[in-house]
Design a protein around this ligand. Structure first.
Ligand code: SF4
Length: 335
């Protein structure tokens, strides 16, 4: 899992222009490796979804990518910057190389078209040379892969349960066998049992088909269970990144600790949920210095005036993780 498939370099996303611009994503550097599940966690408004929309160029105005690169490494051929693609190239890139499953995706299906039509439409747009028979066969195969009987091909969305509709959306995202799948809060609207079933199945499919996943959620407990690595966002910046097990056992950033203590422990004795005091920062008026300092139980002298840089901490496992906090001096900055 060391070969990169997507490299996000110094990505900045703003809403609005000039002095009025709100900086929603700031200097984000992240690498997704082949076959990996990279979790992205943070409270609402931390910039997770804006990052996903920015890197796939799906931002609606007044959102604008104001800087950075998103380097995609195809299976064959030279890497290229997604931000530099023409509209036609971008159309070919979406679904075929990178697919996204949106928040509330199960409500994104067109209510007046059968499931079969919605699945085969993707194939018709991207592989026009494919016969109608082959498209139908591929759609049936995809439904089976996501755990839906092929005889539901002719169902309308309202005839399926919420979990089944979400599976159809995942099937649609995978139908062209993209290398990268971005899941933006994919199971938030489902109950806990269904969430785990669908995510377990997604991980199984990833092992079989070999794609990589960026999995965005505010639910850190889900990420600990299903991700290889986790990046934590706060105020539009990455504040910590580590292997999932490392972050769970030994997170360094006080915000990561706060997020972890907001969910029940996966194992071991019951503990009281502590949560994080205060509210996420207003992006129009970010606090000075470390943007977490007004809520941080460990804030000290430098925190209110100086922004901590993201870098490799001076710890035995420092080569495999990053953090941005004045409590942890960094040896090498990232970005
Ligand atoms: Fe807390 Fe200071 Fe670290 Fe920010 S830099 S998380 S305020 S200790």
């Amino acid at each position: 899992m060391n070969e990169p498939v997507l490299e996000i370099k110094n990505l900045n996303v703003d809403y609005g222009l000039g002095d009025q611009a709100v900086h929603a994503v700031r200097d984000v550097n992240l690498t997704l490796h082949r076959g990996e599940v990279l979790g992205l966690a943070g409270e609402s408004g931390s910039g997770k979804s804006t990052l996903a929309y920015g890197l796939t160029r799906l931002l609606a105005p007044p959102g604008v990518v104001s800087g950075g690169e998103v380097i995609y490494h195809p299976e064959q051929g030279e890497p290229y910057d997604v931000l530099g693609l023409t509209d036609r190239q971008l159309q070919a890139f979406r679904w075929a190389e990178t697919a996204i499953v949106f928040q509330g995706a199960m409500n994104s299906l067109n209510p007046v078209h059968k499931i079969s039509t919605q699945l085969t439409d993707v194939l018709a747009a991207h592989e026009p040379q494919m016969s109608s028979h082959s498209r139908n066969a591929r759609a049936r195969e995809m439904l089976k892969l996501v755990g839906i009987s092929a005889d539901r091909m002719d169902a309308y969305p309202h005839q399926l349960s919420g979990g089944m509709r979400q599976r159809v959306m995942i099937g649609m995202a995978l139908i062209l066998q993209p290398q990268v799948v971005i899941m933006d809060e994919p199971t938030t609207a489902l109950d806990v049992v269904m969430q785990r079933q669908i995510l377990g199945q997604l991980i199984e499919l990833r092992e079989r088909l070999g794609f990589s996943v960026i999995f965005i959620t505010h639910d850190l407990s889900l990420l600990v269970e299903f991700s290889n690595r986790i990046a934590i966002m706060y105020g539009g910046r990455i504040v910590e990144e580590a292997q999932a097990a490392t972050l769970y056992k030994d997170s360094l950033h006080p915000y990561s600790n706060g997020l972890l203590s907001s969910f029940p422990a996966l194992r071991g004795p019951r503990r009281e949920l502590a949560g994080i005091p205060g509210s996420p920062p207003d992006l129009k008026g970010m606090p000075s210095g470390c943007s977490f300092h007004p809520r941080c139980p460990k804030a000290f002298d430098p925190c209110a005036d100086n922004i901590p840089v993201l870098g490799r901490p001076d710890t035995p496992d420092g080569a495999t993780r990053t953090v941005a906090c004045w409590l942890h001096p960094v040896q090498q900055t990232v970005g």
